[in-house]
Design a protein around this ligand. Structure first.
Ligand SMILES: [Zn+2]
Length: 220
């Protein structure tokens, strides 16, 4: 997301923080405000939500994080919205949450992609399980700096139709702009041994389908 866009979304973001702050103190299992905002913005996704097992995430107890996360997943499923998920060291719980939400809302019918695991840094062996639970995966600028062998292996293992690129901006450390995605695309294309133009076309198609974005082409 560009800084300009992030700035434009501040009031919306503020509502999310209010919800989160409320959840931190007391969570009654409902998201009245969030639900109202989703009704008001039919094009909106839910996120980012998720579980954080790092020191940074330690100020919210794990059981509360999980309870809120599961409720958000169910809300998103009920309202047919994609979710953007942040996860640090809690991939097992995230997978469990996705599977439960699928079981409740899909009732045995096939699961379309609905969960973006952003900045995926989980085990490579879990990628197949996540795909079956409806996940796509995004990778950002950290790939172009000092990628770990694990990150590279994940980029290689993700199915091509489940691969996205992300700015993850603004966060604490970087001032990433959409233009920086060219460097990420170059890096991912190299790892996947394909041309940049081929990769960009794939990523575009996956993004449009995943987020349900109407393009000019669709409208003709
Ligand atoms: Zn995140």
């Amino acid at each position: 997301m560009s800084h300009a866009l992030a700035k434009k979304m501040e009031p919306f973001d503020e509502e999310m923080r209010l919800v989160d702050a409320h959840c931190h103190i007391q969570f009654d299992g409902t998201f009245t405000r969030l639900e109202a905002l989703l009704v008001q913005h039919p094009e909106a996704s839910v996120g980012e939500i998720g579980l954080d097992g790092s020191r940074k995430g330690a100020h919210v107890a794990h059981d509360i994080q999980n309870e809120v996360f599961v409720a958000q997943l169910h809300l998103a499923k009920r309202m047919k919205r994609p979710v953007s998920v942040h996860c640090v060291r809690r991939y097992g719980r995230v997978l469990e949450g996705l599977r439960k939400a699928n079981k409740t809302h899909n009732e045995g019918s096939p699961v379309a992609p609905w969960c973006l695991l952003h900045g995926y840094n989980g085990p490579v062996e879990m990628i197949g399980q996540f795909v079956r639970a409806g996940a796509v995966f995004s990778f950002g600028l950290s790939l172009t700096h000092t990628p770990s062998p694990k990150q590279i292996a994940a980029v290689r293992a993700v199915p091509l139709n489940a691969l996205l690129l992300e700015t993850d901006s603004p966060d604490n450390r970087s001032c990433t702009e959409p233009a920086d995605m060219a460097a990420v695309a170059k890096c991912v294309a190299e790892v996947r041994d394909m041309s940049e133009s081929e990769l960009k076309a794939l990523v575009w198609d996956t993004s449009v389908t995943f987020f349900g974005i109407a393009t000019e082409h669709d409208e003709v």
